[in-house]
Design a protein around this ligand. Structure first.
Ligand code: RIB
Length: 302
């Protein structure tokens, strides 16, 4: 009955990537590799990741009327994403300046550009897309008021997934819609800044505290330690899959997209997170964001 397994509402950025021996500190200049330009952005990444796995996927985003915007649209089309919801113009396409060190870790500065112009009105105009999607996933490289509008326009029965990255304290209205809220440790701390109650040091403590803020379920990604999944019934650690990391950029987006898709397909949270961990693991073994995301066959053969 749904046309789309997943609708992603989010950002699209051109990723300008430089490999460095060491990421620079304040006031420091370092020399790096030749520049590479990849399609990225947390929203566009999620859409490509899901579509490459086989999910029927649509993207609601805004890009500039420029070469970076065309790069991003080409990548979506190549993966099979429906881009009828991608608006164009109003500002240059978003850009992410990324440095990646030899361990695969990165530092990212984003110039939101057109992403900042993805408005509540754009969401209202996309009512048909929202009504036709089993799961809707967003992140926070677009305005918070736009995410709020998504929550208000969700069709009954549609599942809402949020990765609040970059993190801010979230209004109760958004928190209550999340199923799940997906955070890393840093994002968990920022979201928990809103709670008046003391929170313990363990991820299970954070999960409990986050659930108390309203989400129906929570996933805390813990890097090499795996991911903690929690809802009203269960709290479980899903182990990570050991691989040699080349570049972690976008792996979290691939994890979120895979999780959202599998949940929509009816899998339990733990099983969906186990699958998502395998998808994220393949993604870190290759350079770049969207270019690193696996097909379902590649995940199966990991
Ligand atoms: O999550 C990775 C993404 O963050 C990159 O692709 C970059 O565009 C930033 O949005």
């Amino acid at each position: 009955m749904y046309d789309y397994d997943l609708l992603v509402v989010g950002s699209a950025n051109a990723d300008l990537v430089i490999g460095v021996e060491r990421r620079p500190g304040p006031g420091e200049t370092v020399l790096g590799s030749d520049l590479t330009v990849h399609p990225g952005g947390k929203g566009a990444n999620q859409a490509v990741a899901a579509a490459r796995l086989g999910a029927r996927t649509a993207l609601l985003a805004r890009v500039g009327d420029d070469a970076h915007g065309r790069l991003l649209l080409d990548s979506q089309h190549a993966a099979g994403v429906d881009t009828a919801g991608v608006r164009s113009g109003g500002a240059p396409t978003g850009v992410a300046l990324i440095t990646v060190d030899p361990s695969g870790d990165n530092s990212i500065v984003v110039s939101p550009g057109a992403n900042a112009r993805l408005s509540p009105e754009d969401v209202r105009d996309a009512a048909e897309l929202l009504g036709a999607s089993r799961v809707v996933s967003t992140q926070l490289e677009i305005p918070l008021e736009t995410v709020t509008e998504v929550v208000r326009r969700l069709a009954p029965g549609t599942r809402f997934v949020l990765n609040p990255s970059p993190p801010v304290e979230l209004p109760a209205e958004i928190l209550a819609a999340c199923d799940p809220l997906i955070v890393n440790e840093h994002e968990a701390r920022v979201v928990l800044g809103a709670t008046a109650d003391p929170v313990g040091d363990e991820p299970a403590d954070w999960a409990r505290a986050l659930l108390a803020l309203g989400p129906r379920s929570v996933v805390i990604t813990l890097g090499e330690r795996g991911a903690l999944v929690a809802d009203a019934r269960t709290t479980e650690l899903v182990p990570s899959v050991r691989v040699r990391a080349v570049d972690t950029t976008g792996a979290g987006d691939a994890f979120t997209a895979a999780l959202a898709w599998r949940l929509g397909a009816g899998e339990e949270l733990t099983a969906a997170a186990e699958y998502a961990a395998r998808v994220g693991a393949v993604a870190v073994t290759r350079a770049g964001a969207q270019v690193s995301f696996p097909t379902a066959e590649e995940v199966a053969s990991l």
